[in-house]
Design a binder for this molecule. Structure first.
Ligand SMILES: Cc1cc2nc3c(=O)[nH]c(=O)nc-3n(C[C@H](O)[C@H](O)[C@H](O)COP(=O)(O)O)c2cc1C
Length: 371
């Protein structure tokens, strides 16, 4: 079906009541058609994991500290040997052209303005080269394996040439979770936004016998395996990071396979419903990978205190997903930059009140564990 959703007009000054990431989510519904909002907002199944990603943060309490010197304080950090101004990156979020004509190009401009790491999705609505051009901040490319290696490799080569400095290989949704909310909303991805990067993932289903399952022998038969990770390592000098690990054993297997980092992620609650909140999983994954391995987390990061808690429980940095699309829908690049500024400001306030002048000072001793 050929159809498209209207792009709503953006505001060009940030109103005084837009002061938190939840404000962006609340307002965003007025800036996009409701099926598009539902596509972005919703989670899998009954949204148990989606809700838990948020509620688990509020169960964690912090200790405050007093009279700490902040003269030399900073949020600067290094990931994979690359320098970051602060430990918050923009998560790969597909199809941003749904809410803004410039889509990921505007997001990249905001990343540049706020010196924020950017992760471009394979399913971006703009060409990965044009997105890369707009920012001097570290930029990583999120790779979905294509259904043949030649096409996967072509994407990798394009990402290398465009200056992306890591490959984030997302592996947690070889098949979409149950998207009941999206189904009920009637949302359909317009043909012009399917993906600007040529993608062979949407091939027609292969012929199956009546005894075969469309899931097992159909879709899952196309899914990558560990052999594909080994193959990818041999093709590129870029560090590989696996996104979508939720089990400590998979984390150890990723290390054995030679990857350089992991994103603890449940795809923002959009994949398997009933997965724990990522913040609940983080300590066991950190334990499995050891102290020095690069570990990131996403899912439900909406406050500076959430960033702080993730760092205290073992993350080196976090990714923020949905709020970037809400901010893009409301105020374009200005909105995304403002959203990032709010989050950075909140992190600095939290560090100040918890007595942590650097990220290295943030650890489990900052968490109140009850009496
Ligand atoms: C609308 C939407 C599209 C997404 N597209 C991708 C994608 O193309 N690749 C990917 O690895 N993750 C994708 N994700 C998952 C995000 O990268 C991230 O894991 C998740 O949004 C984090 O949770 P949060 O939204 O609560 O911050 C998408 C998430 C949303 C909401």
């Amino acid at each position: 079906m050929t159809m498209s959703y209207p792009i709503h007009r953006k505001i060009n000054t940030i109103p005084s009541d837009l002061v938190s990431l939840d404000d962006y989510e609340r307002l965003a519904i007025d800036f996009m058609p409701s099926p598009v909002y539902e596509y972005i907002r919703s989670g899998g199944g009954d949204e148990t994991t989606l809700k838990q990603n948020r509620s688990a943060f509020s169960k964690i309490s912090l200790y405050g500290r007093i009279l700490v010197d902040f003269e030399q304080a900073t949020t600067k950090t290094e990931l994979l040997g690359q320098k970051f101004r602060h430990p918050v990156l923009l998560a790969p979020v597909a199809h941003q052209g749904l809410v803004h004509c410039e889509g990921e190009i505007a997001t990249s401009e905001a990343a540049h303005a706020m010196e924020t790491g950017l992760i471009t999705s394979t399913l971006a609505s703009k060409e990965l080269e044009h997105i890369a051009e707009k920012t001097d901040s570290p930029k990583w490319f999120q790779l979905y394996f294509q259904s043949n290696r030649a096409e996967t490799l072509a994407l990798v080569r394009r990402a290398e040439t465009a200056g992306y400095s890591a490959l984030i290989v997302t592996l947690d949704v070889p098949i979409n979770g149950l998207r009941n909310h999206i189904q009920r909303s009637g949302f359909q991805l317009p043909a012009n936004l399917q993906s600007i990067q040529p993608s062979s993932r949407n091939l027609p289903p292969k012929e199956l016998t009546p005894e075969q399952s469309i899931i097992f022998q159909g879709i899952m038969s196309e899914a990558p395996g560990w052999q594909d990770i080994h193959w990818l390592q041999e093709q590129t000098q870029l560090p590989l990071v696996i996104k979508g690990i939720t089990h400590p054993q998979d984390a150890r297997m990723a290390i054995d396979a030679g990857v350089k980092g992991i994103v603890v992620s449940n795809h923002g609650g959009r994949g398997l419903d009933s997965l724990p909140a990522t913040i609940e999983l983080l300590p066991i994954i950190r334990k499995a990978v050891g102290d020095d391995f690069t570990l990131l987390l996403d899912g439900g990061i909406r406050r500076g205190t959430d960033v702080f808690k993730a760092l205290a429980l073992g993350a080196d940095a976090v990714l923020v997903g949905r709020p970037q699309v809400y901010a893009l829908a409301i105020a374009g690049a200005l909105g995304v930059a403002h959203m990032l500024k709010v989050l950075r400001h909140e992190l600095e306030v939290t560090m100040a009140l918890c007595g942590c002048p650097t990220l290295a000072d943030i650890n489990s001793d900052c968490l109140f564990s009850g009496v």
